[in-house]
Design a protein around this ligand. Structure first.
Ligand code: 5GP
Ligand code: SF4
Ligand code: MG
Length: 460
């Protein structure tokens, strides 16, 4: 998912949120919503589908000086209208709205505890427990109530909360999901990725720190910062997949430029596959392109566009069911025969998750006359599920959890298959500490013991 928030005295918070969400569309295409407040009333516009469609009649009727927005890609809670965020409720402090990117690992346990206490839920989104926890806190200031609430939750979260007078941004202690702060002429913005700032003309200030809360209550003053977590881990665990696949290449997250990281991943792959001598290197657009360019720069093998992407098809992985994904590959990509026919091709992609995509594409390339197809993947084998908001959640669906690399190579019909090594991936991070990252989907090293938390939760 993607989140965007704004606090500004200029009367264009909804329009800026709309632009911000537009720039974050790659983070979720299932549904979107914007909530604004003018200090006493909250207004909501939500819907299923893309930003351009949901707000096609404009956002002019949403007024106020604070807004939060959301684009959704479902992990917990199905893809239904009632699960659309921001969530919005009333509590004894007035209006309350919330947007969440991430996934809570102890939501089942909290939900069961709250339900036994008489709390009712209107959605199946894990985040709804956070609203109840805030509403039930007996602290006086809303930021203290939020702090109390988020100290109860576990997992990954970049959360934006809006009351009638305040905007609050919270990042989990590991910093799994990104969140950054920007300055506007006349206010402040927070967003999942810095690419959203460029579109609204905001200046990037800094990343929100893992375990930090920012409270905005004045458009001219700096937001108040507090470290809210009672249990700060010794190391953070930023999600490596943001750099491999999820984030946009023009974003800088936790000081690391995403594009640069992907170029470096391609370079590392080229260094690790010196034994293959292809005529050309091609990418699976768009997510494999930067790494393919890096491969070409390092190896000297020319980069060509061997696959044309239909730009009007969304991210295939994010289609919720396997059948929808199968059809989507064919719809989305078509080989350029004159580029690949008779050639030995290196095909670079970012990841193999279920193995659906790569197999289809190798076949397309072979049918188009490619002599050899060597598949190079800019992430190690995905063997373990993610519990932190990337939808790779069932272990048995991950092809690398049940198959060796040779078996996968055979399954996808490639002449050879090469995954980047974990060490190579770490070296690709040129501007951040590679040890402060989460790599759990490659090695089950869940930094917060998520599997145990989930096992506990499954009792409820
Ligand atoms: P597969 O077909 O192997 O299940 O999916 C791998 C493809 O899905 C890659 O080309 C990758 O770009 C794309 N993809 C889309 N969304 C995601 C995601 O959330 N995580 C990962 N790892 N890959 C994704
Ligand atoms: Fe990211 Fe993988 Fe960790 Fe999930 S398990 S947060 S996808 S690195
Ligand atoms: Mg892809």
């Amino acid at each position: 998912c993607g989140v965007f928030g704004i606090y500004s005295h200029k009367d264009d918070v909804a329009l800026n949120t709309y632009w911000g969400l537009y720039a974050l569309q790659h983070r979720g295409q299932e549904s979107t919503g914007i909530v604004t407040t003018d200090g006493s009333n909250m207004q909501v516009k939500k819907g299923m589908g893309l930003v351009a469609d949901v707000y096609k009649d404009g956002v002019g009727d949403l007024t106020g000086h604070i807004a939060i927005g959301h684009v959704r890609y479902s992990t917990t809670g199905s893809s239904m209208a009632y699960n659309t965020q921001p969530l919005r409720v009333y509590f004894d402090g007035g209006n309350l709205a919330l947007s969440h990117n991430g996934n809570l690992t102890n939501a089942a346990e909290l939900r069961s505890r709250l339900t036994r206490d008489g709390v009712v839920f209107q959605t199946t989104v894990d985040t709804e427990v956070v609203l109840s926890l805030i509403a039930r806190s007996r602290k006086e200031k809303v930021e203290d109530r939020v702090a109390e609430a988020v100290n109860e939750i576990k997992g990954a979260f970049a959360i934006l909360i809006m009351t009638d007078h305040k905007l609050i941004a919270v990042r989990d202690p590991y910093g799994f999901r990104p969140l950054c702060l920007g300055k506007l002429d006349g206010g402040w913005v927070v967003a999942s990725e810095s690419c959203a700032f460029d579109l609204v003309g905001a200046e990037f200030i800094r990343d929100v720190k893992p375990g930090e809360m920012l409270v905005f209550e004045d458009d001219y003053a700096e937001p108040k910062s507090m470290m809210w977590s009672k249990e700060m881990p010794s190391k953070c665990a930023h999600c490596i997949f943001e750099y491999v696949y999820f984030a946009r290449t023009d974003s800088v997250i936790d000081k690391q430029c995403v594009y640069q990281a992907r170029i470096n991943m391609g370079r590392e792959l080229a260094k690790e596959t010196k034994e293959i001598h292809p005529d050309i290197v091609i990418s699976v657009p768009d997510s494999g392109t930067a790494a393919a360019v890096g491969y070409s720069l390092e190896s000297g093998v020319p980069f060509m566009e061997g696959l044309t992407k239909n730009r009007y098809v969304g991210r295939t992985f994010i289609q919720p069911t396997q059948k929808q994904r199968l059809n989507a590959v064919r719809l989305k990509l078509n080989p350029v025969k004159s580029v690949v026919a008779g050639k030995s091709v290196v095909m670079v992609d970012d990841s193999i998750v279920r193995g659906t995509t790569s197999g289809k594409i190798v076949k397309l390339l072979k049918d188009a006359g490619a002599k050899e197809v060597h598949v190079c993947i800019s992430s190690p084998p995905v063997t373990d599920p993610c519990y932190y908001g990337i939808d790779t959640s069932v272990r048995k669906e991950l092809i690398a959890s049940t198959h060796t690399e040779d078996e996968i190579c055979q399954y996808i019909g490639a002449d050879s298959l090469h995954y980047i090594s974990l060490e190579g991936l770490k070296r690709s991070l040129s501007s951040m500490d590679p040890e402060g990252m989460c790599y759990a989907c490659f090695n089950a090293g869940y930094p917060d013991n998520a599997e145990e938390t989930i096992r506990q939760g499954s009792k409820y």
